[in-house]
Design a protein around this ligand. Structure first.
Ligand SMILES: [Zn+2]
Ligand SMILES: [Zn+2]
Length: 247
């Protein structure tokens, strides 16, 4: 039997530059529980290194945390990738780290990029600036992500900056993306009317939260048999009655 689950598949943690240090594992998971979310994805800029802490804590608090990342392509387009487990996410993390420009973070300007464990201990500081782009273009990024068992969607495509439409003017055809992300406040009917060539794609609304107050601003629903990555993947593909309801 299928049920409706509340999901939010684009959120940042203390690792993201321009993210709040308040987004610690416990505060993040507690807020997600308060919001009634069944599944939440951790998608820091260009790094999966905080996925494990939030995933482990989520397990303890009975909320499914999907490990992921928000990649910034060469054209400064943001793309969200989600993975079935920590192992897969960390394999992808090795590749993206190799592809990320080797420029040091300026903590005075962007803040520290903090790696934590589930008990909120700081276990590392990422020195390389996660705010930059990787050396992959948009098409290559999608190909790289799809080499893994993954869900891939261009982020906040209605946004004025860092979206595939703001950077390229349109969404290229024939890419193996699973859907498109929209911002928390996007008027979906208006947006789709203006971009009718996108109809038929799975649309997903996310908060893209960098601070606790932004969490839940853009969640949506998925019809699934259970709250799991594989069910989610079916929902993106609209298989066996599964679906994303962008709310
Ligand atoms: Zn973004
Ligand atoms: Zn983001």
């Amino acid at each position: 039997m299928l049920k409706k689950f509340k999901i939010d598949l684009h959120n940042h943690t203390v690792l993201s530059p321009c993210g709040g240090l308040e987004m610690s594992p416990l505060a993040f998971i507690e807020r997600a529980k308060e919001l009634g979310l069944d599944m939440i994805a951790v998608t820091d800029h260009n790094s999966c290194k905080n996925c494990q802490a939030y995933y482990e804590l989520g397990k303890k608090h009975d909320i499914v945390v999907i490990p992921g990342v928000e990649i910034q392509t060469m054209e400064e387009i943001h793309v969200v990738a989600l993975f079935p487990d920590i192992e897969t996410a960390m394999k992808f993390d090795e590749e993206i780290y190799e592809a990320l420009l080797p420029i040091e973070n300026n903590p005075d300007y962007f803040g520290d990029q903090v790696i934590v464990d589930k008990d909120e201990n700081i276990i590392g500081i990422e020195e390389r600036a996660l705010i930059n782009s990787v050396i992959w273009d948009f098409e290559t990024t999608v190909l790289k992500v799809k080499e893994f068992d993954s869900i891939c969607f261009p982020a906040h495509i209605d946004a004025q900056t860092n979206s595939v439409i703001s950077q390229l003017g349109f969404l290229p055809k024939n890419l193996s993306i699973d859907g498109v992300g929209i911002t928390a406040r996007c008027d979906i009917n208006q947006f789709m009317a203006k971009n009718s060539y996108l109809s038929g794609l799975t649309v997903i609304r996310n908060s893209d939260a960098h601070y606790l107050n932004d969490m839940g601003s853009g969640s949506c629903f998925a019809r699934l048999a259970q709250a799991s990555f594989q069910e989610l993947k079916k929902a993106f593909a609209k298989e066996e009655g599964r679906e994303i309801i962008p709310a």
